[in-house]
Design a protein around this ligand. Structure first.
Ligand code: GAP
Length: 544
């Protein structure tokens, strides 16, 4: 594992900038907010849209199917889809989500809070000869400090007696303890308030039709992937693609997460950017490796620091019910302790699980993926669609069920990672030469919400008119901002915080020689270019 070289960034400062500058707001904030739901403000919506557009272009519409991409085992085609959020309930039975998509949760009888079982971690805290277990949530910042403070409070110790308390080094999950009697739950004051773990399905339930009864219950999709699998035959028949090929989809997914937290990292409503790549079983390992590398390189191409990203291969016991191999691309999110990483994207080798399940019925997890799960009468527990979802290779005549490689990325998690990566502070002189801390969002120009800002140096001598004309011209090509308020230095700072890569100033010379200055957000270099060259110059800088 590599350790990020960049200094630790403050999550509090990033969250506060996101709100102050209009990247992200809590949903329904004026009513106190609703946990796990987030709204994108004027800058945030542009950032997320740019991220999704970059993904769609680089993975789907811009893909060259005539020549092999670097590292690919061969050429392939890519097409897109846009499926509904609500689907036939049988989809979720056969996908396995109905039976298997759950988390274990524990409730606290005192605080009435609910936690994901696997996230409650304890450390042994001893005072004299009495030991208790103080629980916190995994990923919590300053875990050690928090545990010590709560231990002191529990044992009623003053600060001067801090050395009379011992905090164990090992952090353990509560299933490792004989009982929870001695556990101080994350938000409790007394011991033993946690219930036994209970299963909780993460899908949001809804009912079809006004008179809907039990048979009309269905779910909001927890992943976009299933829409792709159930349309496999439609795409084959309508677009004449040949294996190997991929289908991409960007859209909302919903999960009733027990503990949504860490800003947008774990939300209840979020967007995914998923590819289901269909290939011959014999080639599936090669394609799996290809997609792992391709997706990692994509993040790097958009400005991620290689030291802040890792590729982590899952252990067998971590694999989802459908997966025969998964690697996660993980990012060193600043809310995690140093050296820890959070999932940004999963690349899973799903074998033929999904297509076979939708053909034959839900596969038996006990013998997965070879047999269909049977009920007590020996009949399939969940009937499949009965439709033939196999593929026939026209050239060889071979008929097979394609294997699937699934690069599955989160648009919100991606946007959050790029926001965290972009957040930078440096020291720059202000207009009086005094050093000031500058906050700058070093977003890749393709992702930046606003590509250019146009400033007249002063509000007279024809400068505003010339600046407005240039603004109008740039608007045809890029999201551009016009600002004539306050000192130029302050206008630069405002754009630095918004992540605008280029600021263009119209000054006295512009009117005589038809040139402007373009200032680069990161290097602070200023170049002088002809007014007519501004559009092509920016175009080249943004697209690279
Ligand atoms: N179809 C496979 C699938 O959905 P996943 O690992 O559960 O796999 C894929 O989700 C990606 O979706 C994750 O890597 C993450 O980026 C995003 N994601 C999943 N749950 C999320 C949540 N609660 N909030 C925000 N993003 C989430």
């Amino acid at each position: 594992m590599t350790t990020p070289t960049a200094p630790a960034k403050s999550m509090d400062k990033i969250v506060s900038l996101c709100k102050r500058r209009g990247f992200l707001f809590q949903s329904s904030e004026i009513y106190g907010g609703v946990q796990g739901f987030w709204d994108y403000g004027p800058l945030g919506v542009e950032l997320k849209r740019n991220l999704k557009d970059a993904w769609w272009h680089d993975m789907i519409s811009g893909h060259n199917e005539l020549i092999p991409s670097a590292g690919a085992p061969g050429t392939y085609e890519m097409v897109g889809l846009d499926c509904t959020i609500i689907m036939h309930p049988q989809v979720w039975k056969n996908s396995g989500h109905y039976d298997l998509f759950h988390d274990f949760m524990v409730d606290c009888k005192e605080s009435k809070k609910r936690y994901r079982f696997d996230q409650v971690r304890c450390r042994e805290v001893t005072h004299q000869d009495r030991s208790i277990y103080v629980a916190t949530l995994a990923e919590a910042e300053q875990e050690e400090e928090d545990i010590r403070r709560r231990g002191m409070k529990f044992f009623k110790l003053r600060n001067k007696d801090a050395d009379k308390l011992t905090v164990g080094d090992e952090s353990i999950t509560i299933d490792k303890l004989d009982s929870t009697e001695n556990v101080l739950a994350p938000d409790a004051k007394s011991l033993g308030t946690l219930t036994e773990p209970r299963e909780f399905n993460l899908m949001f339930k809804t009912t079809l039709g006004a008179l809907g009864g039990q048979d009309d219950v269905t779910f909001l999709r927890p992943e976009t992937a299933q829409g792709i699998f159930v349309n496999f035959k439609n795409v084959l028949d309508s677009s004449r693609v040949k294996v190997p090929f991929g289908i991409g989809q960007v859209g909302k997914s919903f999960r009733n997460e027990i503990t949504p937290r860490n800003f947008t990292f774990r939300s209840r409503e979020f967007e995914q950017m998923e590819i289901e790549f269909f290939c011959h079983p014999d080639q599936s390992q090669d394609w799996y490796r290809y997609w792992r590398d391709r997706r990692m390189n994509w993040y790097l191409s958009l400005g991620m620091d290689p030291a802040a990203l890792i590729m982590r291969e899952h252990h067998t016991e971590e694999l989802a019910h459908y997966s025969v191999g998964t690697a996660d691309i993980e990012y060193a999110f600043p809310f995690l302790p140093p050296g820890e990483y959070g999932e940004l994207e999963g690349i899973a080798h799903r074998g033929d699980f999904d297509l076979r399940s939708h053909m034959e019925g839900k596969l038996d997890p006990a013998t997965n993926p070879m047999t269909v799960e049977l009920n007590e009468h020996g009949k399939p527990k969940h009937r499949g669609s009965g439709k033939d979802l196999t593929y026939r290779d026209e050239a060889t005549g071979e008929k097979f069920t394609p294997h699937v490689i699934e690069p599955s990325a989160g648009a919100d998690r991606g946007a959050l990672a790029f926001l965290c990566e972009a957040y930078t502070e440096d020291e720059q002189p202000d207009e009086n030469g005094k050093m000031q801390t500058r906050t700058v969002m070093k977003l890749h120009p393709r992702l930046a919400p606003v590509k250019a800002a146009v400033f007249p140096l002063v509000k007279k001598d024809g400068m505003p008119e010339a600046a407005k004309e240039l603004y109008g011209e740039l608007k045809k090509h890029f999201n551009t901002f016009y600002d004539d308020k306050g000192a130029v230095g302050r206008r630069y700072r405002r754009q630095d915080e918004a992540g605008t890569p280029y600021c263009i100033t119209i000054d006295g010379d512009t009117l005589s020689d038809k040139t402007v200055t373009i200032r680069d957000r990161d290097s602070l270099e200023q170049i002088r270019v002809k007014l007519d060259d501004v559009v092509p110059t920016l175009q080249e800088k943004i697209d690279g």
